[in-house]
Design a protein around this ligand. Sequence first.
Ligand code: AMP
Ligand code: MG
Length: 344
Amino acid sequence: MVTATPYRKVLLIGLLMLSACSADNTEQSNNIYGNTMGTTYSVQLDVLPNGVSHTELKNQLEAILETVNQQMSTYDPESEITQFNRSESTDWLPVSDALVFLTSIAEGHSLLSNGAFDITVGPLVELWGFGSQFNNQRPAIEAVQSTQEYIGHQLLEWRSESSALRKKHPQLQMDLSAIAKGYGVDLLAQHLNGLQVNNYLVEIGGELRAVGANPEGQPWKIGIQQPDSAAPEAGLILSLSNHSVATSGDYLNFYVEDGKRYSHIIDPRTGYPVIHQTASVTVVAETTTLADVWATTLLVLGEEAGSELAELNNIAAVFLVREDAGDFSLSMTSAMIPLLKPGK
Ligand code: AMP
Ligand code: MG
């Protein structure tokens, strides 16, 4: 077995947060902001595409996001995914190409991670109170065990010819929350590429894609920092010009019971929320879909197993680990080093 050697450990106090260091401070900027997928999105760009107004561009981007929502939102009772989840049929069910595409990526990561990443985890997410109904009640062990009977990527088949999915267990459900935001960012980026926009930063709920140069003509600077820090330059700064970044964190959605922390990141192999000390993982990848799926996969695995898998696959990742006394330590894989801003 190959052992990963995390490059560097630094003590940090606080939590990881991504931020674009180049602020939008122009009154008449072309930037676009809005809400989607239960969070916010933003697009920073230097010039509008030829012949397209700000309003037109915003409408085009929002139409793309609306389609993703109609396909993947588990909060929308009429979305494609909700209808699939509601069905108890074990026949092939026709779905969009997008659902099949993401299912195929998810299956690859289930195999790579020995089941740590699994989009069929939805019923466990719901059982632990992190689904459509948030509640902080720990379920009975019997309920966890009986739910696990229909969790497992091997119970979900996909085919790309006449796009369709098939449940091998009638109660199987899928949850694309760990990838959908990244996928949405990629679609927006593709749209901007098609309009010959060369410099932009697209972000949905913290998952982002940085292309070309920032308004100062420099690579985009993305800060991985402490949200409660007054110093914007605290933490690490990435220098990116054609990359995607995603973060998965256990501090975004959790409850504490009897002094134990229960997070929305569930380990499908145990049926329980992850219990290791890794608080968050940030991944830089070629696409935002991949960054998003990797970040969640590595968070489920935790720093030890996660950094080993990331090293093996040459994935750029930063792990933030809770230490005693409320401190955090930070480690990263070797592929992350060239992405750091010089001097950081
Ligand atoms: P992210 O913020 O991208 O890490 O996605 C977190 C969401 O992914 C959670 O809110 C769950 O809906 C879902 N999820 C939780 N555990 C897993 C897992 N082991 N594999 C895949 N998705 C998961
Ligand atoms: Mg993710």
